[in-house]
Write a protein that binds this ligand. Structure first.
Ligand SMILES: Cc1ncc(COP(=O)(O)O)c(C=O)c1O
Length: 380
């Protein structure tokens, strides 16, 4: 492991008494962005009328910066509060005939699967879950999903980087496959911004991704990228004054009276990442996390999951559990780790295996993983 760039916890306000090893769930906002956010909110409360008159123009500026960061066409880029809202808006747009099938994989995020189930139920359609092995390479992923597509398929929903398995899916190939079959593709890129370069440019019909995860933007900031042919039909989930606006991004800018400050402050976090030399730092973090994950696996007497294409800054370390714990037992374990070991981790499950999903961001150092490896065996 060669790390040149030093960890920068000083740019965050994270409690130094805690090991923060789960950036992947809710992100963490740098101090500078928090300060801008506080300033914008103070401005709002100094003169709400003046603030709301200025929102449209400020949102446009922010949206253009966020679209440029994704290297996507700003005319097809809308702001949404989170990836869940992005997927839901996509599902609300595509035709789902009775008897059709929405296809997703066993790596899909639980709430996204629920969204598919809600729309399928309302349309008298069904959800089909394709089993993709954890160790699958790109060819296997494409072949396995292709085998599940047929004339009844209303849409394919696929992760770009999965949550439970931190695996990168071959989105360009899958989007191409769907296009060749005339099947709408919905890409859940919740983890993709800042972990992949130009994640929204793989040719999907719909792509959604969170800025509040790896780009460290204020919560709740996410984007929805819509292919040209769907732009007219795609509407926000909240009906507001923009209902008849022909322009997709502006239509999504209006969500009634709402706190727009996070969307306006979000580009500040992109500037922090740029100053952190993010792409170079990301590859250093990736190498550091490889080492950190191995340290933890050694301490637990287990192994690091053999994911063919792991996400740059997430790794799965197997836990020596006999089977998958109930959601309540999983929560109790995380609470115990938080309280007794002063460490924030998350657990994920796949088939019958249970993992700690480790994250690394610019505030982490190898010492964090060494400490977790020292402490975690005591609660097993
Ligand atoms: C793959 C994936 N999809 C969707 C989501 C939902 O994101 P949000 O809570 O921002 O809607 C997550 C959140 O962790 C995720 O990991």
């Amino acid at each position: 492991m060669v790390t040149v760039l030093s960890p920068r916890p000083d740019l965050w306000t994270l409690d130094p008494e805690i090991l923060h090893l789960n950036h992947g769930s809710y992100g963490a906002v740098p101090r500078r962005t928090q300060e801008l956010l506080a300033k914008l909110r103070a401005e709002t409360d100094a003169n709400p009328m003046l603030w709301f008159r200025s929102v449209a123009e400020r949102l446009t500026t922010s949206r253009l910066e966020l679209a440029a960061y994704l290297q996507t066409d700003p005319a097809g880029f809308a702001l949404v509060p989170n990836a869940s809202a992005g997927v839901t808006a996509a599902l609300a747009t595509i035709p789902i005939p009775a008897g059709s099938r929405i296809v997703l994989t066993n790596h899909a995020y639980g709430a996204v699967r629920y969204a598919a189930e809600r729309f399928a139920k309302a349309a008298q359609a069904e959800v089909v879950v394709v089993d993709v092995p954890l160790e699958a390479d790109d060819d296997t992923v494409v072949a396995t999903i292709e085998a599940a597509l047929d004339g009844r398929t209303a849409a394919l929903i696929v992760d770009q980087i999965s949550s439970a398995t931190a695996m990168v899916f071959p989105i360009r190939r899958l989007a191409e496959l769907c296009r060749s079959r005339g099947i709408p593709s919905i890409v859940d890129g919740a983890h993709a911004p800042a972990l992949l370069d130009a994640p929204a440019e793989d040719g999907a019909d719909f792509w959604t991704g969170n800025f509040h995860k790896w780009p460290a933007a204020p919560r709740a900031t996410a984007g929805l990228v819509v292919a040209e042919r769907w732009r007219k039909a795609t509407v926000p989930l909240i009906v507001s004054w923009s209902e008849y606006d022909e322009r997709l991004p502006e239509r999504f800018d209006q969500q009634g009276t709402h706190d727009y400050a996070p969307w306006i402050a979000a580009p500040e976090s992109l500037r922090v990442l740029a100053e952190l030399e993010w792409p170079r730092r990301r590859s250093e973090l990736s190498a550091m996390l490889d080492e950190g994950a191995k340290l933890l696996a050694k301490a637990l007497g287990t192994s690091v999951a053999e994911v063919a294409r792991p996400a740059a800054t997430m790794r799965l370390v197997e836990l020596p559990f006999a089977g998958v714990p109930s959601p309540e037992a999983g929560e109790a374990f995380k609470k115990k780790v938080s309280r007794d070991l002063k460490a924030e981790i998350t657990l994920t499950a796949f088939d019958t295996r249970v993992f700690v999903r480790l994250s690394a961001h610019a505030y982490n150092s190898i010492h964090d993983y060494q400490l977790l490896a020292e402490r975690l065996p005591s609660v097993l």
